[in-house]
Write a protein that binds this ligand. Structure first.
Ligand code: WTA
Length: 665
């Protein structure tokens, strides 16, 4: 969050009541809250029956007897892909557009529900022929092209499990994810378009598999399926690599979707946590799809017959799973998918896309909004954005200034804005306004959605008395909740359930600090752990530190997330070099080499904004690095209390160095 954001949140008191016109046609109604409050589990059971097709109806809503391991709709059976595709075609909506896809160079493709269904059926047959069946893991490493959605749905259709790895992650990150999930097959592309250039993907897959082979790990990957997109040259391993288009051309366009248990795993998505190693967050089928569909419909007020919805997230992140692939398609919505960056080839690209497809619902991240603010309203003002009627925000706190700009400039001063709080772990939106119902407060995520129970707890573990701040927790299990960390049940319990649970009650700790006001509205204040959000992308300081210390010249590293006006937070690293190792190198050469190291180990998204070479790091007498003090330095604040510091002169030295380098006083 930008500087002083907490202060400005505390002073924020503007209110935007819903307009009657909007409320008159909105999908959601206040009665949802009443029904959910009267019978929470009954509400979810009805919602699951109403929104999804069950091959075998469930009789049990929730089994929480083995908490915190939940089973939702546990004796029911469904097929996730059938729910997202076939049933819409069978209902007579096969001609409705599912995806308006826009490539970065200006090419485009339109897929109706009938066409998308056929593609997914072909892909499912092709995967079956390659030996993929229920429970097998398939890694997906693709640009944002329709095949990304097709691949996810084809895997889901077979009851197999996908692990989508964001195309911006490095070969090394990809290899650890392939290894952790023991993936049998990788779906990638030659390359994709970004910022006017083709970025290669297949070479990273080759490198990732090479690293695994070199490490002596048993190879689980038997096939690499390659979509042709970038037309860049790629190397080919005969017997392992196959072209996607060849395999699909051979495949039958008919495929019957089999039913799987509601708790059949649907996907693993790796995310950064407090410790170095990314965790494979596991989601299953029936509960996940219920909450993804319910929130997509009600939070965005989706009318599938008339709306054109656009979520700008990549499928490599959870937002792309729940609000590009599963939620919108389960609801039979029409959506836009755009491959590239917002400013390629011109700064108005997004607004041009909204004008072209008459997008009515836009869901994006505060970082994007702030970067548009910086360029100025002339750019969006040059396009017709009058089709927009709901705007959403996700991924990090949205500061009131950005919220107001979003509403005024993009939303013509009248569209409702829904600030949606949730996590990879929660699977779907947990806290948000409902448009047409909630009186909006800029900067607040507002209230839990119907059927979700959250609390803000104080130091003593008891709910605080509003208005007050504390730790945000989720106090009752919810349908889209993670079912575990892949292969590590103990870590699942320790990471999420240890801190606030009592012998009587399992309580999920989200890692965020929040304030609850007199009306019960929730204001997110950022993470209280070592997770940082850069442009809404989740990174762990520990993970970046281990990337840095893996470089031979580095002795020690400390990374903090510092406020950044555009990206929310930015990575700032403090590094101690090994004596004699970087001799003859200029500071600039050294920091460039270290930045490259982070890019190679994790990906360009984790590249530090600044790296400071220092002689000491501030440590407590017990040797713990005091990141809080480093954050003060990185954000240019007066340095806080240093009395617990082993050597307090360290801080003034670091701070002098920082200010000299960044040109601040
Ligand atoms: C943060 C993204 C404030 C929060 C869907 C959370 C938010 C983490 C918001 C999860 C919001 C997400 N307001 N903070 N509306 N949405 N966050 O797993 O710190 O990438 O814990 O999921 O993002 O990030 P993740």
């Amino acid at each position: 969050m930008p500087e002083n954001s907490i202060d400005s949140l505390l002073r924020e008191s503007r209110l935007f009541p819903p307009s009657n016109d909007f409320a008159a046609t909105s999908v959601a109604s206040p009665e949802l809250y009443e029904r959910a409050a009267a019978d929470r589990l009954g509400f979810w059971a009805e919602t699951a029956r109403e929104l999804l097709h069950w091959h075998k109806p469930f009789t049990e809503t929730l089994d929480w007897s083995n908490a915190p391991f939940a089973r939702w709709f546990g004796d029911g059976e469904l097929n996730v892909a059938y729910n997202c595709l076939d049933r819409h075609v069978e209902a007579g909506n096969g001609d409705r557009v599912a995806i308006h896809w826009e490539g970065e160079p200006g090419d485009s493709r339109t897929l109706t529900y009938a066409e998308l269904t056929t593609e997914v059926k072909r892909a499912a047959n092709a995967l079956t022929a390659l030996g993929i069946g229920q429970g097998d893991r398939v890694a997906i490493y693709l640009p944002l092209i329709p095949e990304a959605v097709i691949a996810m749905l084809a895997v889901a259709r077979l009851g197999a499990v996908h692990s989508v790895v964001f195309g911006g992650f490095s070969a090394e990150s990809l290899s650890s994810r392939i290894h952790d999930a023991s993936a049998k097959l990788v779906i990638t592309a030659d390359g994709g378009w970004r910022r006017g250039k083709v970025f290669p993907l297949k070479p990273a897959v080759d490198a990732a598999l090479g690293m695994l082979a070199a490490s002596g790990a048993e190879s689980t990957v038997s096939t690499v399926l390659v979509v042709k997109r970038g037309e860049n040259d790629v190397e080919w391993t005969e017997g392992r690599d196959l072209w996607w288009h060849d395999e699909l051309a051979k495949a039958d366009p008919e495929h019957e979707a089999k039913a799987f248990n509601a708790e059949n795993p649907l996907f693993i998505l790796y995310t950064s946590g407090t410790t170095g190693k990314p965790k494979g967050i596991l989601h299953t089928s029936g509960g996940y799809l219920t909450q993804a569909a319910f929130t997509h419909q009600n939070v965005f007020d989706v009318h599938p017959e008339t709306d054109v919805y656009w979520c700008t997230a990549d499928v490599g992140w959870v937002t792309g799973h729940s609000y590009v692939t599963y939620g919108p398609l389960a609801n039979g919505a029409t959506q836009v998918l755009y491959e590239g960056t917002p400013d390629t080839p011109h700064p108005g690209r997004w607004w041009e896309i909204i004008q072209k497809y008459k997008v009515s619902i836009l869901y994006t991240a505060p970082t994007a909004i702030r970067s548009f603010m910086k360029v100025g309203r002339e750019v969006p003002d040059a396009f017709d954005l009058s089709s927009l009627r709901v705007l959403g925000s996700v991924g990090e706190p949205i500061n009131p200034e950005a919220w107001i700009w979003y509403r005024d400039v993009i939303g013509a001063g009248s569209t409702p804005i829904v600030d949606t709080w949730w996590q990879t772990e929660t699977g779907a939106i947990m806290i948000s306004a409902l448009p047409g119902i909630t009186t909006l407060k800029p900067g607040s995520a507002q209230v839990p959605i119907p059927g979700v129970k959250v609390d803000v707890l104080g130091e003593d573990g008891a709910p605080v008395t509003p208005p007050s701040g504390g730790a945000l927790v989720i106090s009752e299990p919810w349908p889209a909740m993670l079912r575990g960390i892949w292969g590590d049940p103990d870590r699942y319990v320790a990471t999420y359930w240890a801190k606030y649970s009592t012998p009587q009650k399992s309580i999920y700790f989200a890692g965020d600090g929040a304030r609850i006001d007199e009306d019960g509205d929730i204001w997110l204040l950022g993470r209280v752990d070592d997770v940082i959000k850069v442009s809404g992308h989740r990174l762990s300081t520990t993970e970046i530190e281990s990337a840095l210390v893996s470089h031979p010249i580095v002795a020690e590293a400390a990374v903090v997330g510092a406020d950044d006006k555009t990206t929310g937070q930015a990575v700032v690293a403090f590094v101690i070099l090994r004596a004699g190792k970087a001799e003859g190198q200029s500071t600039e050469e050294t920091t460039t080499a270290l930045a490259k190291q982070v890019t190679e180990k994790i990906g360009a998204i984790a590249r530090p904004r600044q790296i400071f070479i220092v002689a000491e790091l501030p440590k407590t007498r017990s040797g713990k690095i005091m990141r809080r003090l480093l954050r003060d330095v990185a954000e240019g604040r007066e340095i806080g209390d240093t009395t617990t510091l082993a050597d307090s002169s360290v801080m003034s030295l670091i701070s002098e160095k920082f200010h000299a380098a960044s040109g601040t006083e």
